[in-house]
Design a protein around this ligand. Structure first.
Ligand SMILES: Nc1ncnc2c1ncn2[C@@H]1O[C@H](COP(=O)(O)OP(=O)(O)O)[C@@H](O)[C@H]1O
Ligand SMILES: [Mg+2]
Length: 447
């Protein structure tokens, strides 16, 4: 059995009464997140091995979320993922010792989740990336909780537990042994960020890590920024003649609204979360419908912290740069010596660059960033500080006019070296000022 796939606990383990400690059944996402805060799994030691990790599959351009993937988990794997409920009882969070020894904590998933299957018994996928498959799954909610009045009581699951309505989740499972290390690192970052204020506005809700299968349990969000840009680009191409040919495919107001929201999210990630994402691109930003009215109708949430690191951590992190999508990576990360360096990682300034490219793509609608064949695109990516000129020479270059709003927003973020790039918090302030300028321009025009 490959450890990368949802593991099958033997039937005996499934039934072992004293080894499992069940909390009261979760009833809602709100309860889930409250419970998550109580369940931490203290890790025995920080990552020790420094290696360069090669993703098991070549990174593909972000593809739309789908449930129609035909891949099959071999039959000897159960469709059940048993979350890591510790044999010794509820794990204890000891903040002081954690801080002193710099031992990262991983939030453990205290629930049992089950991968959803289609009518042909194939596991359903939300998507796939360089390191993982992300399955559609449900959190089981046990109905038989008669003795659950005390949260500390040990419950013995009955032989045939009744299961009530279940909550949909996304389960990110590793594709290989190398991916296991990467997903564990991702769980460390997500655990850290989930303990940081305002996380619910900026990152995917994280329900915990399943040690036995090295999987992450996340809230499901169907739409990615990549899907959103793609559908608008198709629409723009179909609308001939194009009245708004000099505007972003999302529309100027919506594009500026998006810029404001995702740069605000980046500033939070860097300055409040103290985290470098390391792989920012439209496929790694999911869009949740916004509850408040705004020029951009969605709240962008970062996913995929597989290339991330916590700035304050002294634990070495494996070099995952080979998994990056070249066109979105900052040029300094693409030199052969950096790719070979086991200690090389992305920096806040490289995140800023990738975010600028993401915004350029949200303007042009060209998800591959540059025109031409793969080699030409890779070459242009190594000269990424010329990105505005390269893109202007492409098919949709007219959407980034000289001196226009897109240029004003991104030009300070695509400098050749990190020092020449605007930090995310100043960038956020700049974008807000530019949005106000655009609003005034619109009002003057309308008035
Ligand atoms: N929480 C989620 N809800 C729905 N789909 C998701 C979720 N997380 C990831 N996906 C889908 O799975 C794909 C791969 O996930 P990602 O975290 O980027 O994996 P990798 O680290 O392997 O690149 C994403 O592009 C997206 O389509
Ligand atoms: Mg990804």
């Amino acid at each position: 059995m490959t450890p990368s796939e949802p593991s099958t606990p033997p039937a005996s383990q499934h039934r072992a009464p004293v080894q499992r400690r069940l909390s009261s059944p979760p009833r809602s996402p709100a309860l889930l997140s409250r419970l998550m805060k109580l369940d931490y799994l203290q890790q025995p030691s920080p990552l020790k091995i420094i290696t360069q990790l090669t993703p098991p599959t070549s990174p593909e351009p972000a593809k739309p979320s789908t449930n129609s993937d035909q891949s099959i988990v071999p039959e000897h794997h159960s469709n059940s993922l048993v979350c890591s409920l510790q044999k010794q009882g509820r794990p204890v969070l000891c903040k002081d010792s954690v801080r002193e020894e710099n031992i990262p904590l991983i939030i453990a998933c205290p629930f049992e989740v089950e991968v959803a299957r289609d009518s042909a018994n194939r596991p359903q996928l939300f998507g796939q990336g360089a390191w993982s498959k992300v399955y559609r799954a449900t959190v089981r909610q046990w109905n038989t909780v008669s003795s659950a009045s005390s949260p500390d009581s040990i419950l013995t699951p009955p032989p045939s537990p009744q299961i009530s309505a279940s909550l949909l989740v996304a389960v990110k499972s590793p594709l290989s042994n190398a991916s296991q290390t990467v997903l564990r690192n991702e769980a460390i970052t997500l655990s850290h960020l989930t303990r940081t204020g305002l996380h619910e506005n900026f990152i995917i809700p994280f329900y915990g890590y399943v040690t036995s299968s090295s999987s992450l349990v996340l809230a499901p969000v169907q739409l990615s920024l990549s899907d959103h840009i793609d559908s608008h680009a198709r629409l723009a191409r179909a609308q001939l003649p194009q009245r708004d040919y000099a505007n972003p495919v999302l529309g100027l107001g919506s594009w500026l609204g998006l810029a404001d929201k995702i740069i605000t999210a980046l500033a939070w990630l860097h300055d409040v979360g103290g985290v470098v994402h390391g792989d920012i691109k439209p496929g790694n930003i999911l869009l949740s419908p916004s509850r408040s009215s705004h020029d951009f109708a969605y709240d962008p949430l970062f996913i995929d912290f597989s290339s991330s690191h916590i700035l304050s951590s002294t634990s070495p992190v494996s070099n995952t740069l080979s998994a990056l999508t070249t066109e979105y990576a900052a040029p300094e990360l693409l030199s052969p010596s950096v790719l070979r360096d086991p200690l090389a990682t992305a920096e806040t300034a490289s995140d800023v660059f990738s975010m600028a490219v993401t915004l350029i793509v949200a303007a042009t609608g060209e998800l591959t960033v540059y025109g031409g064949n793969v080699l030409q695109r890779q070459y242009m990516a190594t000269q990424g500080w010329h990105v505005l000129d390269f893109v202007r020479n492409g098919d949709s270059g007219m959407r980034i006019p000289n001196g226009g709003f897109v240029e004003k927003v991104v030009q300070g973020a695509v400098g050749k070296v990190g020092d020449a790039r605007i930090p995310a918090s100043r960038w956020r302030d700049l974008v807000r000022a530019i949005r106000r300028e655009e609003e005034q321009r619109r009002e003057t025009q309308d008035g």
